[in-house]
Design a protein around this ligand. Structure first.
Ligand code: AMP
Length: 174
């Protein structure tokens, strides 16, 4: 699928959230119904191709794509959230940030053993968040059959953090 419209809409915001980071702002894509529809259709086609049984979205921008794609594919949606947000019993995975660590969680009953899960987020950077999400799902016994992102920052080589996994991205920057 041609994503030139989406690529043109993604906005670079220099020095956000801190100096030296160029933030890829997808809000203009969300505000453009044609582009957003193209993004959702592409992601839904991928989810069907890999025969996923559950869509897991990473907080918070992974919810924006993951939930409508799950509904479009008539699949369950599962949130992967920052630590302390999920109300029921959880499991936790830590991952490294530039300085320090962060943690994400899923409910213990989010997926069933053996289920095929696709993990979704807006952007693949270093892959640390996605790799922690894979560990969470695998600890619950699920099989991660794919990961999908709207944007890939190819120069950060996030794919190296996700060896052997099927990865789908729509707009790549090298
Ligand atoms: P990483 O764990 O390094 O792959 O970072 C991925 C997460 O951080 C995703 O949830 C992204 O939303 C966010 N992120 C990292 N870098 C950027 C960036 N340059 N622009 C927008 N979001 C980013």
């Amino acid at each position: 699928m041609d994503h030139s419209r989406t690529r043109e809409l993604i906005r670079d915001v220099p020095d956000f959230p801190k100096p030296g980071i160029v933030f890829k702002d997808i809000t203009p894509v969300l505000a453009d119904p044609v582009a957003f529809r193209e993004v959702l259709d592409d992601l839904a086609a991928y989810v069907r191709t890999i025969e996923a049984q559950v869509v897991a979205g990473i907080e918070s921008r992974g919810f924006i794509m993951g939930a409508p794609v799950a509904a479009a594919c008539s699949l369950p949606f599962v949130p992967i959230r920052k630590q302390g947000k999920l109300p029921y019993a959880t499991i936790t995975e830590e991952y490294d940030l530039e300085y320090g660590t962060a943690a994400i969680e899923a409910h213990v009953d989010a997926v069933q053993p053996g289920q095929r899960v696709v993990i979704m987020d807006d952007l693949l950077a270093t892959g640390g968040t996605a790799a922690a999400s894979v560990r969470l799902m695998e600890r619950l016994g699920a099989r991660v059959c794919g990961l999908a992102f709207v944007v890939e920052l190819g120069f950060l080589n996030g794919r190296a953090a996700l060896p052997g996994l099927n990865i789908h991205t729509l707009v790549r920057y090298d």
